[in-house]
Ligand binder design. Structure first.
Ligand SMILES: Nc1ncnc2c1ncn2[C@@H]1O[C@H](COP(=O)(O)OP(=O)(O)OP(=O)(O)O)[C@@H](O)[C@H]1O
Ligand SMILES: [Mg+2]
Length: 392
């Protein structure tokens, strides 16, 4: 292969080399370029070379596959017109601006499909201009294996969850037994005056039973997994339907509801029943966070081929140090809570290939944002592999 030095020597003597030799060198160069190109296409990483104004000078086949880039892109196309995932483009642009090298950075993208990528960025000065070399490995497969491992751990945590459930059920059951004993005794010599006492016991029993019922129902929801049913769904309509269900509760708590729904969101693939569960859990949490009055704003937004759904409340908020715990099973700050609501939410959003973000300020309010890819075709949705128990 001709070295740069060798080529420089040729260029400097161009006037002294005859046409035939020049032709030979050029043919050799073209052959070399093709060989190099073929070689780079075999590399299992995506490779891209960029200028400092984000123009693409080169990309190999793997990179084109990763981002569904057609062969027909024009020379020196701009990065943002080629890579569909906007957060990734922004990340690359930022690093190129400051020329900061990055090594094995893990990045999650949602477009053109949900993937976990590992990116390395290096800079090299070529003829006074600095070029960025981007290497991208697709870790999604590795992540799937990790997910399987996670499922196994999940199974174990389900068992400890069951133990927790048994414990939780124990207390109300105890209380029920005591109250039943009292009730039986009171019934022996029932008189009008005693009636009040019996009523109180009965009410206590009912409350405990309701609690028991909630725990069991939520537990079943977290563990029982029907197969997913994706159907083209109008998300705004689903939000409207869900909010209607909770309107009496919102009214009773003097919570005003604002729905700002982006009409441009096309129908996309959702498991409507599961997604409704997500909306219900988030709205209920907001209701609980605003015991006296407040505002709940549900806003949908079409952004970079993603559907964003914001649930913003003016509730008590979550202290910063508690934020990392809210998605943990059994984490609850409510007397009546089971701490499974957000576990279910997280699981369902992941099954849709989406993400959930939360920001909160104590005494100001909390915003949960769902970020869902606008899936149209029934292919490639990530998610835990179905097991026998999923079919129940
Ligand atoms: N909108 C919100 N505002 C303030 N705190 C919140 C909000 N959403 C969740 N939290 C906090 O996160 C905790 C966990 O929420 P999660 O929905 O998982 O359980 P829960 O609401 O306590 O019980 P349940 O299982 O009945 O939903 C809540 O107890 C609360 O402290
Ligand atoms: Mg909840």
């Amino acid at each position: 292969m001709p070295t740069a030095e060798f080529l420089e020597r040729i260029v400097s003597r161009l006037d002294r080399i005859d046409r035939k030799n020049i032709e030979r060198y050029v043919t050799e160069l073209v052959d070399e370029k093709q060989l190099l190109s073929k070689l780079l296409d075999q590399v299992p990483y995506g490779i891209m070379v960029l200028t400092n104004t984000y123009e693409i000078l080169y990309l190999n086949r793997k990179m084109a596959h990763l981002f569904n880039i057609p062969d027909t892109i024009r020379p020196r196309a701009v990065l943002s017109g080629v890579i569909p995932d906007v957060p990734l483009v922004k990340w690359i642009e930022q690093q190129v601006d400051v020329q900061e090298e990055k090594f094995h950075e893990e990045i999650e993208v949602l477009l053109p499909r949900p993937m976990v990528l590992q990116a390395t960025l290096q800079f090299e000065k070529v003829d006074d201009t600095t070029m960025a070399f981007l290497f991208v490995a697709n870790l999604t497969e590795r992540d799937l294996n990790a997910r399987e491992r996670f499922q196994l751990q999940n199974w174990e945590s389900m068992i400890s969850l069951a133990a927790g459930i048994a414990h939780e059920i124990g207390n109300p059951l105890n209380s029920l037994t005591i109250h039943l004993g009292l009730l039986t005794k009171a019934l022996e010599k029932v008189s009008f005056g005693e009636k009040k006492k019996i009523d109180r016991s009965v009410r206590a029993m009912q409350d405990e039973l309701t609690r028991l019922d909630t725990i069991v129902r939520n537990f079943l929801r977290a563990t029982r997994r029907k197969p997913m049913r994706f159907e083209a769904t109008r998300v705004n309509e689903l939000i409207g339907k869900t909010a209607t269900l909770l309107k009496p509760e919102l009214k009773a708590r003097r919570i005003s509801l604002r729905e700002i729904l982006d009409k441009n969101i096309p129908p996309f693939l959702l498991d409507a029943e599961r997604m409704q569960q997500v909306f219900l859990n988030l709205i209920k949490n907001s209701i609980h966070a605003m015991p006296h009055k407040g505002t709940l704003c549900i806003r949908t937004e079409l952004k970079d081929k993603l559907c964003l759904i914001h649930f913003q409340d003016t509730g008590v908020g979550i202290p910063e140090e508690k934020l990392p715990r809210i998605f943990d099973a059994y984490y609850t700050t409510k007397e009546e809570g089971t701490g499974l609501g957000l576990v279910i939410v997280y699981q369902i959003v992941r099954e849709h290939g989406g993400r959930i973000e939360v920001s909160s300020k104590p005494n100001v309010g909390t915003t949960f944002t769902l970020i869902l890819p606008l899936r149209k075709e029934k292919l490639g949705l990530p998610g835990p592999k179905r097991r026998a128990r999923d079919e129940r």
